[in-house]
Design a protein around this ligand. Structure first.
Ligand code: PMP
Length: 282
């Protein structure tokens, strides 16, 4: 398999960075994960726009246009004969003697992309997943898709330790998001999810869901909701690039309704699949 490192297509096994890469030492960079269905990228433009935005928000400037990035990722998919999977890409501030302050402008960023074959999580999409609730201990710029993921990792590991798929995080009484997903509740037919501000990552999947809701007259509210609303919800689901529209059937050992995927969640799963087919065929 191949990877792209700083604009060059090389063998995946040859893709190496220096120990003083600032991504390695400080997590000083940002990343994206793009889904590939049927050999085609889903919502590529949205992901690449977010990549540029995240990157520029920490003062790293990507030396390629979105069109150039798209073209080289398409080349990578083809080279790796990727049919169903993901592209991981990240950019760091580059290699420089270790020092917290940014290096001088002559240091160029390190940009890498590689692919992985990933099936769709059919079983979980059908039966739903279990979750735990935990305090959100992350920083206040969760809108940046930063390589610094310690808060997210600790949350995900606690969920894993308890045999769960995801941790639903909250700040005080307010539910924010999962460790690697956005969280939605459904109450009386209304779909509710946290507004996209500095406390959550503006999920590309979340935006697709909001759009299909609007297009199909499913009432939706983008606003903060509380732990109490979570507990009293008719349906709960999470969304991410790899999890798509994933039903949550248990929270902290308590079943959501009867522990079955709810009708609104099912409908959104169907509408989401239609978007996949629209963009990537089947
Ligand atoms: N929030 C966090 C913290 C995430 O890591 C992710 C997954 N990248 C998401 C939300 C969902 O974002 P997306 O739908 O773009 O994958």
């Amino acid at each position: 398999k191949y990877a792209i490192l700083n604009g060059k297509m090389i063998a995946r096994s040859e893709a190496k960075v220096d120990v003083e890469d600032r991504g390695y030492q400080f997590g000083d960079g940002v990343y994206e994960v793009i889904r590939v269905y049927n050999g085609k990228m889903f919502t590529a433009k949205e992901h690449l726009k977010r990549f540029v935005k995240s990157s520029e928000s920490i003062g790293i400037y990507i030396p390629y246009t979105i069109d150039q990035l798209t073209e080289s990722l398409e080349e990578l998919i083809e080279k790796n004969k990727l049919h169903l999977g993901t592209i991981y890409m990240q950019i760091t501030r580059g290699v420089a003697p270790r020092n917290h302050a940014f290096p001088t402008a002559d240091v160029s960023p390190t940009l890498v992309a590689y692919t992985k074959e990933v099936a769709r999580p059919e079983d979980s999409l059908n039966s739903g997943v279990k979750t735990i609730i935990m305090e959100d201990i992350r920083w206040l710029r969760c809108d940046i898709k930063s390589l610094n993921l310690l808060g997210n990792l600790l949350a995900k590991q606690k969920a894993a330790d308890e045999g769960c798929f995801e941790a639903i995080q909250h700040r005080g009484q307010d539910v924010t998001e999962g460790s690697s997903s956005n969280v939605f509740i459904v109450k009386n037919g209304v779909v509710i999810t946290h507004e996209s501000n500095n406390l959550i990552l503006k999920g590309i999947t979340k935006d697709v869901i909001l759009q299909v809701c609007t297009d199909n007259n499913v009432p939706v509210e983008e606003r903060t909701f509380t732990l109490e609303e979570l507990e009293q919800a008719d349906e709960v689901f999470l969304s991410s690039t790899t999890s798509e529209v994933m039903p949550i059937v248990e929270i902290d050992g308590k079943k959501v309704k009867e522990g079955l995927t709810g009708p609104v969640t099912r409908k959104l799963q169907e509408l989401f699949e239609r978007e996949i087919v629209k963009q990537c065929g089947n």
